[in-house]
Design a binder for this molecule. Structure first.
Ligand SMILES: [Fe+2]
Length: 259
């Protein structure tokens, strides 16, 4: 009996440790983790027929139905505004009204835009034109740049946005290979906010971008997260890839942050 007790004790200890530690190390997906319940997607191209994103109302409505099943509460529609896609707020608001009229589900829809830092944006700023801000406080402007080169007068344009009372929200900074860690920190310290693309964590843009995203995430430099969704097929890709528990918790904070 003593021998049995001696043998059982280490077994109990090991089993207990295994059961305690294993779930913490277990990887899970964004969809399976439950963190999408009540979440906000701060970057998408789901407003149909206005840019390189979703083309038809039916596809947009199917995506919104999927968002409902995932528990997503809030969706920011952020069509491109750039020299090559010169959308105007008036045109986008008309399209947004059509989507709102066609959609009867539970996801809260908001209209903003993703502005390329280019001559078109500089002209809008110089002419003091109305912009489409993002966030419930209407205090942020979602901006993007080329992935490879810093745009001319980037800092001047960011300053101009700030002088108008907005925070620039830099879309998917992890994708800009011209930025290094010091430059990320400098921008962040200067009041530029960062938005994470979920696909970056899935390796959707390669391992370098994924490493940058994990570095920005672990250093607390992101404010919000988004899908940057351009088509229906991408929903599964960005919600069903494995992440460890710590990363899931970090992403959860971004998906539930409000700006
Ligand atoms: Fe985008």
């Amino acid at each position: 009996m003593q021998v049995f007790a001696f043998n059982l004790s280490p077994f109990r200890f090991n089993l207990s440790a295994y059961l305690t530690v294993w779930p913490f190390n277990k990887k899970t997906t964004i969809a399976a983790s439950g963190i999408l319940a009540g979440a906000a997607d701060h970057h998408s191209h789901i407003l149909p027929g206005v840019d390189d994103g979703v083309e038809t109302m039916n596809e947009a409505l199917r995506i919104l139905a999927t968002y409902e099943t995932l528990g997503i509460k809030e969706l920011w529609l952020t069509p491109h505004i750039m020299e090559d896609i010169p959308n105007t707020p008036e045109k986008l608001m008309e399209c947004f009204a059509r989507l709102k009229a066609a959609y009867t589900g539970t996801v809260e829809l908001h209209l903003a835009a993703e502005y390329m830092i280019d001559n078109n944006l500089r002209k809008l700023l110089n002419d003091n034109k109305a912009l489409l801000p993002i966030g419930t406080a209407s205090k942020h402007i979602l901006v993007e740049t080329s992935y490879y080169n810093a745009p001319i007068r980037m800092n001047e344009t960011l300053q101009q946005i700030k002088s108008m009372g907005y925070f620039p929200l830099l879309a998917h900074p992890e994708r800009y290979i011209y930025l290094d860690n010091d430059e990320y920190l400098k921008l962040h310290n200067e009041g530029v906010k960062f938005q994470l693309n979920l696909a970056s964590l899935a390796g959707g843009y390669g391992t370098t971008v994924k490493k940058r995203a994990l570095w920005l995430l672990s250093n607390g430099l992101y404010s919000v997260a988004g899908s940057d969704l351009h088509c229906e097929e991408a929903v599964e890709f960005i919600t069903k890839f494995n992440l460890d528990k710590q990363t899931i918790e970090q992403v959860e904070r971004l998906l539930h942050n409000s700006i």
